[in-house]
Design a protein around this ligand. Structure first.
Ligand SMILES: Cc1cc2nc3c(=O)[nH]c(=O)nc-3n(C[C@H](O)[C@H](O)[C@H](O)COP(=O)(O)OP(=O)(O)OC[C@H]3O[C@@H](n4cnc5c(N)ncnc54)[C@H](O)[C@@H]3O)c2cc1C
Length: 379
């Protein structure tokens, strides 16, 4: 299926096929099943979704960031956890193909693109989330590579991933300057998955943790060296902020569509719900913020396509979109009455997902700090 150029409309048509085939309500509910989730990511790969931004010479499609954001938006309308799982594995193919020499990256990138391998990015530890420079996973240089020891928590895809981009401290006490990032393989000696289990939304993102007990990363498995890793992580996080904001837009858009349709069918006091002004204004309020969030997200995504500095815009888009989701999703759920709590509706899952969206890739408070500092710098 890889003819390497697709229009946005072609991507969208293929995504709809994936959604029909692999996102049925039955597969989004019930007990967590790692086999089912791996199969879902393989199916996503078969539609090219693991190579959206990966350069053509590495077997991907080299599509602009805005395509990825649009697809993430639609996917999250059905399920935020699955959208995060797909995007996060894809990020690893993108990251490794971009930063490693091709003779090294080709060990893994083809497998990531076909879905044979699943990837994830591990920064967070139980004792260090927002304060990324405080991580304690240790990387000690040896004659044949780097010995990694420590624990990571709250990592998307960690339950099923084969490849981990792991951030670790090479010089304890040096903070950001000493942080480096390595490829870690789940099949390697010293790798151990944790038994963490989280809420059902996080479960569909395959979120969990792992421990490294003196795991040996080869010298050429150093992806981001000390001095560069922290900066590169912060640079790439702007994109993540925009696609998480896009996912909030997707959840809000789908919830508004469902509530609007319900308001036409359901009657109270002799009228459709939508004919009651008090009810209709709840949807109108959501529509206002949805429009504003979409504009911000599209602007930020376009700025990334144009390789502009989006630090400020990405932070604003994420703060606005996550807050809009936090504010309106519970109101839309309420507007469906008890019916909205049926599993067949995604709204209750979306309400929990909006909470996750406010934490991942920079919490609201961290982003407000960033925006505040930028105000100081720009006067
Ligand atoms: C479902 C899920 C998936 C995730 N996936 C990944 C992943 O794939 N990879 C990864 O590395 N991490 C992942 N994370 C972790 C995520 O990045 C962290 O949750 C986030 O960085 C916040 O860290 P924390 O949870 O430790 O909160 P803390 O840093 O302990 O903060 C707690 C609260 O205090 C606020 N706060 C902290 N410092 C300040 C301050 N100076 N001023 C004001 N308020 C402050 C925070 O905003 C937050 O509300 C995931 C988290 C979740 C929930």
């Amino acid at each position: 299926m890889n003819n390497n150029t697709r229009t946005l409309a072609q991507w969208q048509a293929l995504l709809e096929q994936f959604c029909t085939q692999s996102m049925s309500v039955e597969t989004l509910l019930g007990a967590y099943d790692p086999v089912r989730e791996r199969r879902r990511l393989s199916a996503a790969a078969s539609f090219g979704l693991m190579g959206i931004q990966v350069a053509v010479e590495h077997g991907g499609f080299g599509a602009p960031f805005s395509v990825k954001a649009q697809l993430a938006q639609r996917l999250a309308g059905l399920d935020f956890g699955v959208a995060m799982a797909v995007v996060n594995s894809q990020n690893i193919a993108d990251n490794l193909s971009h930063w490693l020499p091709s003779e090294v990256s080709k060990r893994w990138v083809p497998g990531l693109l076909t879905g044979e391998l699943v990837g994830c990015t591990a920064l967070t530890e139980r004792s260090a989330g927002s304060d990324f420079s405080a991580i304690t996973m240790q990387a000690e240089q040896t004659s044949d590579g780097w010995r990694l020891t420590g624990e990571k928590s709250w990592i998307i895809n960690a339950k099923i991933a084969d490849l981990f981009l792991v951030y670790a401290q090479t010089q304890p006490g040096s903070g950001a300057a000493g942080i480096a990032a390595f490829v870690v393989q789940a099949s390697g000696e010293g790798f151990e998955r944790s038994a963490d289990s989280f809420t059902s939304v996080a479960a569909l993102a395959n979120a969990s943790g792992f421990r490294l007990n003196g795991y040996l990363a080869q010298s050429d498995e150093l992806v981001h060296p000390p001095g560069l890793a922290f900066k590169r992580a912060l640079d790439s996080i702007n994109g993540a902020r925009v696609y998480v904001a896009a996912m909030c837009v997707g959840m809000l858009k789908e919830s508004l569509r469902l509530a609007h349709a319900y308001g036409r069918e359901r009657h109270t006091f002799g009228q459709p719900l939508g004919a009651h002004q008090g009810w209709r204004w709840v949807l109108a309020d959501a529509a206002v913020d949805l429009e504003a969030a979409s504009v911000l997200v599209d602007r930020a995504a376009l700025a990334i396509d144009e390789k502009k500095n989006v630090q400020d815009l990405a932070a604003k888009a994420k703060v606005f979109a996550t807050r809009a989701a936090q504010r309106h999703l519970p109101a839309l759920l309420h507007a469906l009455g008890a019916e909205g709590l049926r599993d067949t509706y995604p709204l209750a899952r979306h309400v929990a997902a909006a909470q996750i969206a406010t934490l991942v890739d920079g919490s609201t408070e961290m982003l407000l700090e960033r925006i505040g500092k930028n105000l100081d710098q720009t006067g």
